[in-house]
Design a protein around this ligand. Structure first.
Ligand code: MLT
Length: 312
C-alpha cells in the first residue's frame, strides 16, 4: 500500500465510533481486557469503542490489518507479548512492529496459570512432571497459535521440562479453555483474567502460576519456579497501537481516555480480583510502550531461536 497522506482530524474527534482490534477470540483474556477498558473509555470519549475480534495466525492477522488500516484515529489495536515475539516466529511477517505503528500506551500485566483438565491423574506439579515423563507426546497442550502467549508459555514449559508435548491450536484461549473444560485436551497455560473463575470453581486443575513471585489474588497458588521449574517465567503485558501516521491529537485523546479507564476504581477492582496489575503511570505513555517493545523483542528472540519453531 502507498504511504497514506496525513489525515486531517476534526476538532470534534472522535465524532463516530472508534474500533479497537483484538487479535484473539471473543470471550478470551485479551478480549476481556479490551471490553472492560473499551466500556470505560466510551464514557470519556462520548463515542462507543467497538471491539473487533480479528483472529488467526497467533495475532499477526490483526496486527497486519491494523498496520494497513487508514491512519485516521478510528482504528487501534490491543496486543500483548505477541507483538514482540512475532518477528522471531514468522519468517515472512507483513508488518514491522517497530516501524509500522504509533504507540499509545502500555496497559496491564497479567500472570498466567498452568492448568490441567479436571480429571487429569496428576494432582500437583510434581505428579505432572512424572506423568509427562511417562506419557510424553501423548499429552496434549492447547494454545492460541504461534505468537500467542499460551503458545509461548507452552514452548518455555516444553524447553524447561524437556518433554515433547503435542500442541493443539485454537483461535484464542477462549475456545482452548472450552476444550480443556470438556476434557478434549490435557493442558493449557492461560491468563488469570480468564482462568481465575475456573480455578475458584474447581473445574480445572491448577499446577502453578508463571510469575516469579506468588500473586495477591491467589496467594495459595505456588509458582512454577518455586516448584523447581526454572526458565518458564512469563508475565503477559499489553500495549495499544495505531497505524503509523495516525494524527498525534487522536493518539493523545485515545491515550488520555485509556489512562482515565486505568484509573477508574471499578476497572481497578475488577482487574485486581482477576490477578491483573495496571502498569505504573510512567508506562502509560507512547514512549513507555515503545521502549518496552524494543526490549522485549530482543529478549525473546534467543529462546524462540533455540526452540526452532517458525512459521512462514
Ligand atoms: C486470548 O485472548 O485468546 C489469548 O490472549 C491468546 C493467547 O494465549 O495469547
Amino acid at each position: 500500500t502507498a504511504l497514506a497522506a496525513p489525515v486531517a482530524l476534526a476538532q470534534s474527534y472522535p465524532d463516530k465510533p472508534v474500533t479497537l482490534v483484538v487479535p484473539f477470540s471473543a470471550g478470551g483474556p485479551t478480549d476481556l481486557v479490551a471490553r472492560t477498558l473499551g466500556a470505560a473509555m466510551s464514557r470519556t470519549l462520548h463515542q462507543p469503542v467497538l471491539i473487533e475480534n480479528k483472529t488467526g495466525a497467533g495475532g499477526t492477522i490483526a496486527a497486519t490489518y491494523t498496520a494497513r488500516a487508514k491512519p485516521d484515529g478510528y482504528t487501534f489495536l490491543i496486543h500483548h507479548n505477541g507483538m514482540a515475539t512475532a518477528p522471531a516466529l514468522y519468517r515472512k511477517l507483513s508488518y514491522n512492529p517497530l516501524t509500522d505503528f504509533e504507540y499509545v500506551s502500555q496497559v496491564i500485566d497479567v500472570p498466567m496459570t498452568l492448568l490441567g483438565r479436571k480429571d487429569l491423574p496428576a494432582k500437583d506439579f510434581n505428579e505432572l512432571r512424572a506423568y509427562l515423563k511417562a506419557n510424553g507426546d501423548k499429552v496434549t497442550l492447547a494454545h492460541a497459535g504461534l505468537g500467542a502467549v499460551s503458545h509461548l508459555c507452552g514452548m518455555l514449559f516444553r524447553q524447561a521440562t524437556g518433554v515433547n508435548l503435542t500442541t493443539v491450536p485454537y483461535q484464542g484461549t477462549g475456545p482452548a479453555m472450552n476444550a480443556l473444560l470438556a476434557g478434549q485436551v490435557d493442558l493449557l497455560c492461560d491468563q488469570t483474567t480468564s482462568t481465575t473463575q475456573y480455578i475458584k470453581a474447581g473445574s480445572v486443575k491448577l499446577y502453578g502460576v508463571t510469575t516469579p513471585a506468588r500473586i495477591k489474588s491467589m496467594p495459595d497458588a505456588p509458582t512454577l519456579s518455586e516448584q523447581g521449574l526454572k526458565g518458564a517465567e512469563i508475565v503477559v503485558w499489553h500495549g495499544i497501537y495505531a497505524p503509523k501516521g495516525t494524527p498525534k491529537e487522536a493518539v493523545d485523546k485515545f491515550g488520555a481516555a485509556l489512562r482515565a479507564a486505568l484509573a477508574d476504581p471499578a476497572v481497578v477492582k475488577r482487574m485486581d480480583e482477576l490477578g491483573a496489575v495496571i502498569v505504573p503511570e510512567a508506562k502509560q505513555t507512547p514512549a513507555g510502550l515503545q521502549t518496552w517493545l524494543v526490549q522485549e523483542t530482543a529478549r525473546y528472540a534467543p529462546a524462540i531461536k533455540a526452540a526452532g519453531q517458525f512459521a512462514d
